[in-house]
Design a protein around this ligand. Structure first.
Ligand code: AP5
Length: 214
């Protein structure tokens, strides 16, 4: 077993919308064996299932606002009771507020927060050009990571991946989420990566960080 697979505790992937968290998560899952826990994916599944919680969350997501902490914390508490979470998980897009981080501190052992830093100027192009494969969950970009031609016809665009909503998501990030970087920095858990490079270059930096944690 490679050392990172014996690493106990959870990791957090942190960064603004479009930073590349989802794109890099698979690599960290492969390196550590920890399951990816994406609150965005969980919320989109609830929207698709048309549950009461999903319908409530959809209004916030479509407006580019954060879903209330109580909803998110409940989702995470339930997810962490599952067997595959016992040795820690990879949180993607959670926590996003100080209150979420404080709640997480009480129920999980976070050993590192990997922050992918990307300037606002790069975010809109990344988000507006993103395409998702509904069959595999694959994340593509019309210019930066084109999908193979045989699957292009089935790709979808997230409803919140438009210019207006991404500006609201960025505002929410700066106001409510960015302060968490200092919060985790004070706890000596923050590791920053320059995400303003190609996907492969960022992946190489992520791999170096994760191997360094083992
Ligand atoms: P969520 O799904 O978490 O969205 P997000 O954080 O806004 O992050 P994204 O999924 O948009 O970006 P990413 O960093 O994963 O980028 P990706 O790898 O796809 O949340 C959606 C909504 O749910 C929120 O707005 C909120 O309403 C709600 N929500 C979720 N969690 C919540 C929470 N904890 N609390 C409250 N509300 C919550 O990459 C983006 C694009 O860029 C892709 O096309 C990709 O191919 C491309 N790309 C990636 N890396 C690079 C690179 N290095 N160079 C060029 N292109 C790249």
């Amino acid at each position: 077993m490679w050392p990172a697979q014996a690493m106990s505790g959870s990791l957090v992937l942190f960064g603004p919308p479009g930073a590349g968290k989802g794109t890099q998560a698979g690599l960290i899952v492969d390196l550590t064996g920890k399951p990816q826990v994406s609150t965005g994916d969980m919320l989109r599944a609830a929207v698709k299932a048309e549950s009461a919680m999903g319908m409530e969350a959809k209004e916030y997501m479509d407006a580019g606002l954060l879903v209330p902490d109580s909803v998110i914390i409940g989702l995470i508490e339930e997810r962490l009771t599952e067997a595959d979470a016992s040795a820690g998980v990879l949180f993607d897009g959670f926590p996003r507020t100080i209150r979420q981080a404080e709640s997480l501190e009480a129920i999980a052992n976070v050993v590192a927060v990997i922050s992918i830093e990307v300037p606002d100027s790069a975010i809109v192009e990344r988000i507006v050009g993103r395409r998702m494969d509904p069959e595999t969950g694959g994340i593509y970009h019309v210019n930066f990571n084109p999908a193979p031609p045989e699957i292009v016809s089935r790709l979808i665009q997230r409803p919140d991946d438009n210019e207006e909503t991404v500006l609201a998501r960025l505002a929410a990030y700066h106001e409510q989420t960015a302060p968490l970087a200092a919060w985790y920095g004070e706890r000596d858990l923050l590791v920053s990566i320059d995400g303003d490079h190609s996907i492969d270059e960022v992946a190489a930096a992520v791999e170096t960080v994760v191997r360094g944690l083992a």
